[in-house]
Write a protein that binds this ligand. Sequence first.
Ligand code: ADP
Ligand code: ZN
Length: 740
Amino acid sequence: MTEGDTSSATEKTQYIGGERVAVLLPLPLASAYDYGVPEGMILSRGDFVDVPLGPRVARGVVWGAGTGVDDGGVAERRLKSVIARPDFPPLPDQSLEFIAWVSRYTMASPGAVLRMVMSVPKAIDPPKPVIAYALAPDPPTFRATPARARVIAVLTGGPPRLLSELAKEAGTGTGVVKGLKDTGVIQTLSLSAPPPPAPNPDQKGPDLSPDQQAAADHLMQAVTAHSFGVHVLDGVPGSGKTEVYFEAIATALRQGKQALVLLPEIALGAQWRKRFEARFGVRSLEWHSDLTRAQRREIWRMVSRGHASVIVGARSALYLPFPDLGLIIADEEHDAAYKQEDGVIYNARDMAVVRAQIGHIPIVLASATPSLETAVNAASGRYDLLHLPERHSGAALPQIDVIDMRIEKLPATRWISGALQDALGNVFAKNEQAMLYLNRRGYAPLTLCRACGHRLQCPNCTAWLVEHRLLGKLQCHHCGFSPPVPEKCPECEVAGKFAACGPGVERLAEEISTLFPDIRYVIAASDTLQSPRAAEELVRAIEDHDVDLIIGTQIVAKGYHFPLLTLVGVVDADLGLSGGDLRAAERTYQLLYQVAGRAGRAAHPGRVMLQTYLPDHPVMTAIAAGDRDQFLSVETEARKAMGMPPFGRLAALIVSGSDEAAVSRAATALGRAAPHMDGVQVFGPAPAPIALLRGRHRRRLLLKARKDIAVQSLLKKWIARTTIPKKVRVQIDVDPYSFM
Ligand code: ADP
Ligand code: ZN
């Protein structure tokens, strides 16, 4: 980055009629295309433009000067011209710089990154005005009827109304209103949608404890200083991290700056939203995949015009065109949901740090279980560490018991140990709440035929079909394929011999019904909580004590705060430890810690029971002893010894296609062309653990490099010297999180 990058709009180079501009289109093209500037048009970098692209018109962004004919640009007679420049604020320089950076780092084309920025290109068109009805200033005389009189009464002294609203309030049909308009008694006005009410930074928040206040002061200073810095907000669940970063947001607001809050999953939003409203007096504006197109257009527009001051959203919110961003928060920064695994493959937490650097602004990484990467950066002093040592309520952290399932000897169709059952009974008797955690959706993860041993498998993926009994279906959790449960075994054709193997949350609910027939439970999984509204309803039901027991997957593991919840039972604490994933132990630790953090967050002390077949595993002993830092330091040493991230670099190549032989050949060719140099190792090609996914065969290669080696240029040259047929795709995953 150079100082000149933040030059103001007035110093921008202008491109006038007859000149050439490079226009970046939101498409995965290798580069920007050149177009001529028509006479009378003046363009600058960042301007949105409509240009011809083959037979259609495409909307893109002026990326810079075009290439002249002498420098190898397209011939004059073949050069097409920009069609129009919509009247809209240009994409801010910082967004342009960010696009270029993400593209270089992830090796996705800049157009693919622009597509994430221009996720709603229609937002750039003028919004449809809203037609409102009001009394005319000099109404003519007209024939009065009771219905007409009611309409006039509603409008007298009130604000203009939408047609449907007005008719409804007057208790009549829209025809009556339209009739009044025809007589000239009522007139129509076209309104533009009003900007949303601004959050009020000065509404009083809770009185902060001295530790909280110190952290808040530090962050507020960082926001005021307008300089880049990464601030790690590390504190146990319930220590008030949210309240603390709210103060930083308030400071950004007082300075007229925008703030962005990233959450790993929007299901987390329900309680967060309430807290925001309590602190700032208005609802937060959200950005996530659950919005309607119209809402997305509206919010995108508000952000780019600077009318939206705080946005809370999932990772895609990072690509909104903020003209004046003053602060970024990445809450639950360790969460793997920040990694986007398709399209442009990137980690939103890491890219958020880059975005903050480009904007010369602070970023807060908040977590009770910082990722190893973040912990290492904090320990080395690259990141600034703010620690909140205790729960705000003073509530003790829960007592954690490890239950050795090897000595429990449960029958094959039971998963709740005697100890956990007793603890549940106690909690219900005291009229408190409990949670059973099992990260498995559906009834059973595997169904097999007892006659021949055949296992029901997805035809499109290397995956078992999961029975969802509530839906009466099987389901592939990778591609969504969901056939009914077959009558007879597709292999041996014997009927009635299917057996469910292992538990999912639905099956656990069945066990609970036998053990505790009277208690009220709810199953909370991504398929039962599909919308933010459903999540909100769940939160309400739990807060109002309409349920005694939550049986949930990882969707309920994080962020929630339920005062009556005093017991958390982790049914299978080992799930996630297998698979040879680089981060398996770290992730399991984080997840178990987060789940445990749900228990005993208020006046009642909490208890956590971990059922495991590996009671001596470092993850279990660290969790039980509450020794996070010991765990982190052991993990850190292990990664260091192996040269693994963050002490080395990884990049994966995923070769895929529907023609298995072609995929295999391409993967072998890549393997042969692999770079040979000091500090670089290439593993594979090998069939991916999910060797078939959505009908595509998959092979993987993994490049491991010393920290000081720029893997991007290495990868670029590597792929360039390999011939890959069109029908085979090679995806590059820099800093992979998934090894499937
Ligand atoms: P974290 O984000 O670290 O999990 P929260 O900010 O969610 O912690 O705080 C947990 C609970 O404690 C919330 O209900 C919050 O409103 C409350 N809380 C935190 N700090 C204070 C405070 N200083 N005064 C009153 N309530 C607080
Ligand atoms: Zn499938």
